[in-house]
Design a protein around this ligand. Structure first.
Ligand code: 1HN
Length: 349
């Protein structure tokens, strides 16, 4: 007999069986877990080291062709997520290799993708036939449901970081995919033509945005780097973020894609940010210098160029620039999703 309710043990187990049979369950045993006091990401902070990743990618280049693989990618699976192909709780990332002469055939899907070029040149991505030549540090946008393929006219392996909103789109059961009828979508123009047309503060008159995604598909590294240097000169260094520029949709001022935010940061040599956290998970990769990222409760990561670091949501982190040289890194997250749903939150120490 239960002293509080007067129910006998057999009554309790009969009740549990009835719940199970009728597909119901008591909320009161799980309420606090369902509605936690604050987010508890399952992903952990983790760094994928370029030295090793490069070796594994080049080896994959010897064992499978881009034609066979469709995309020759090593996915970056967060060790906290039980083998799920997610780099944070809500984002996907992978490292892709294309070799001279190869084509990664044209397809399209409703998941949005970004490319961030890490090594080599001579390769390109074509988005609806707009061709973006790839150079280290370029940020390339592949909007949802646009035909895209990759090719390589050069002479050295080209490798880049892919970022996709795949976990979110799949969670929403909104994923669609289609193969194009041939390997390549017909060429329309070079991406730098769109850059010339839409970048900057002087825009062609009467140009309304026609897409939630930026009409500029490729943001060349030298432009992002110049912007960082200009802001640094004007002391635009945020105590929590350092010198930070975001890639913007030139016609709306918003992010370049509806689900993914991308930005580039410079942390001056010998300087460090204060602790910062926000609800979205973040993925970063180093372009220049050797920053150290301290993640509260999860240790310190001394990063080298092209290392990729996953920072889970609602986890405090700070970045220390290296010795004698400014550190520059690229970062992406799914912040726009949180913003649109009224869920964005950050905390600054
Ligand atoms: C994809 O289409 C690419 O186009 C890369 O290069 C990675 C991961 C999952 C689903 C589609 C690409 C991808 C992907």
């Amino acid at each position: 007999m239960n002293a509080n309710t007067g129910a006998t043990l057999s009554q309790a187990s009969a009740q549990q069986m009835a719940w199970k049979t009728e597909n119901v369950a008591p909320l009161w045993t799980v309420l606090k877990g369902l509605v936690p006091a604050e987010p508890r990401p399952q992903a952990i902070a983790y760094a994928w080291r370029w030295r090793k990743m490069r070796e594994l990618l080049l080896h994959a280049g010897e064992t499978i062709s881009a034609a066979e693989a469709e995309r020759r990618v090593l996915m970056l699976n967060n060790p906290g997520l039980d083998g799920k192909p997610h780099i944070t709780d809500t984002l996907y990332a992978g490292l892709q290799l294309i070799l001279p002469g190869e084509i990664a055939r044209a397809h399209r899907h409703t998941q949005a993708a970004l490319r961030f070029v890490l090594e080599g040149s001579g390769a390109y991505t074509a988005v609806n036939g707009v061709r973006a030549d790839m150079h280290r540090g370029d940020y390339i946008v592949t909007p949802p449901w646009t035909w895209h393929h990759h090719g390589h006219d050069g002479s050295e392996p080209v490798m880049w970081l892919d970022g996709l909103d795949l976990p979110i789109v799949n969670f929403l059961r909104a994923g669609f995919r289609e193969e194009y009828e041939s390997e390549e979508f017909p060429h329309s123009c070079q991406a730098n033509k769109l850059w010339d047309k839409y970048s900057g503060t002087l825009l062609p008159i009467n140009t309304e945005p026609t897409s939630l995604c930026s009409p500029v598909f490729s943001y060349p590294y030298e432009r992002s780097r110049e912007a960082l240097e200009r802001l640094k000169k004007h002391d635009e260094c945020d105590p929590h973020l350092g010198v930070n520029v975001r890639y913007a949709h030139p016609l709306t001022g918003g992010w370049t894609m509806p689900t993914i935010a991308a930005s580039m940061r410079l942390i001056p040599a010998g300087w460090g940010t204060r602790l910062y956290r926000s609800v979205e998970g973040t993925v970063l990769t180093v372009l220049e210098g050797c920053p150290t990222v301290e993640i509260e409760g999860q240790g310190s990561f001394e990063l080298e160029p092209n290392d990729v670091l996953a920072v889970p949501g609602w986890t405090s982190w700070r970045v220390q620039g290296g010795v004698g040289r400014d550190a520059v890194f690229f970062a992406f997250s799914d912040r726009p999703v949180f913003e649109k749903l009224g869920l964005y939150r950050e905390a600054r120490a």
